[in-house]
Write a protein that binds this ligand. Structure first.
Ligand SMILES: [Zn+2]
Length: 314
């Protein structure tokens, strides 16, 4: 009886697996065919083929014939138009589809055409999105760097607090500034963490000891340490590569989300060995030292991951 029950359970699991695999395969094919349709759209629009075939407009044509949304059509036509004078990005569009370039189509110029084509080829879409966002910020910052001293920036945040907590905080602030009070709390927190900091482990095995991991995560409450990122951490990253140092130093272990960890391994974070508040993304202005040991190790990591299609971290 038990054997029969076990067999039934196994058949059920096998069926689930087949169903899932079939869905995944069909989904992959569907995406591939939509990608091909999107590639044809600009030419269809240029020649107004939709009109000749009796459709109201290109949106109706794409919706009825390929199930494409209005947004997808707009996005394809816009990206194509944006890359008109960018031959390298056009090559990437042919290889990977229009949507692969959409994220950076507005950022790329004729001068940076090749640079962005390389980035789209070597980065996953989530890492590219994170990089594009930071790149845009860095470029804007460079534009506004006029040498004129500006007042320190402040920002508003809102919090939901229990009335007793809010009351206590108000008292502690008194007639002072919120910023000063919060700074004091942060300093106290950091001081306490510092006292609990474990010793670095030299000549270590790959496995990060629990105490060191706990300390590294406590510094950001398990949030990605990249400035401005509030995603939960996914990878405990060695800012000095483990393959080089063979050590687990609590100060050199930083929690990162997948996208920002990718940027680190692509050599796109400047000052990586300093505190995360000092980090800047490397734009076209900053060159990667392609002869450094760190760069060579990162290249190995990327090749290894691409080969395995996995996210094993080093
Ligand atoms: Zn992040």
């Amino acid at each position: 009886m038990e054997n029969t029950a076990q067999n039934c359970a196994k058949i059920k699991t096998d069926n689930d697996k087949i169903l899932h695999e079939r869905f995944t395969e069909y989904g992959k094919n569907a995406r591939e065919w939509t990608r091909k349709c999107a590639l044809l759209l600009p030419e269809i629009e240029r020649r107004e083929i939709w009109k000749k075939r009796g459709f109201e407009n290109i949106y109706e044509y794409a919706r009825i014939l390929a199930g494409m949304s209005r947004n997808a059509v707009d996005s394809a036509l816009w990206t194509f138009q944006k890359t008109e004078d960018k031959p390298e990005l056009r090559k990437v569009i042919e290889e990977k589809g229009i949507t692969s370039v959409r994220l950076i189509a507005n950022l790329a110029t004729q001068e940076t055409d090749k640079f962005w084509a390389e980035k789209v080829r070597e980065m996953s879409s989530y890492a590219l999105a994170a990089y594009a966002k930071e790149y845009r910020k860095a470029e804007n910052h460079a534009c506004f760097e006029t040498g004129i001293a500006t007042a320190p920036q402040t920002q508003n945040i809102s919090m939901e607090l229990e009335p007793e907590v809010a009351e206590k905080l108000e008292k502690l602030k008194g007639s002072g500034e919120w910023n000063a009070l919060m700074k004091k709390f942060i300093e106290m927190h950091e001081k306490q963490l510092e006292q609990e900091k474990p010793q670095p482990i030299e000549d270590a095995k790959r496995y990060v000891p629990v105490a060191i991991k706990r300390y590294a995560l406590a510094r950001t409450n398990s949030t990605c340490a990249f400035p401005g990122c509030s995603r939960p951490y996914e990878i405990l990253h060695h800012t000095v590569r483990f393959a080089l140092s063979r050590s687990h130093d609590p100060d050199k272990l930083t929690p990162l989300c997948k996208a920002h960890e990718r940027l680190a391994h692509l050599g796109l974070i400047e000052n990586e060995e300093s505190a995360p508040s000092e980090w800047r993304v490397r734009t076209l202005r900053g060159n990667v030292d392609e002869k450094s040991e760190k760069y060579l190790i990162d290249q190995k990591v990327l090749k290894y991951r691409t080969a395995l299609g996995c996210h094993k971290f080093l």
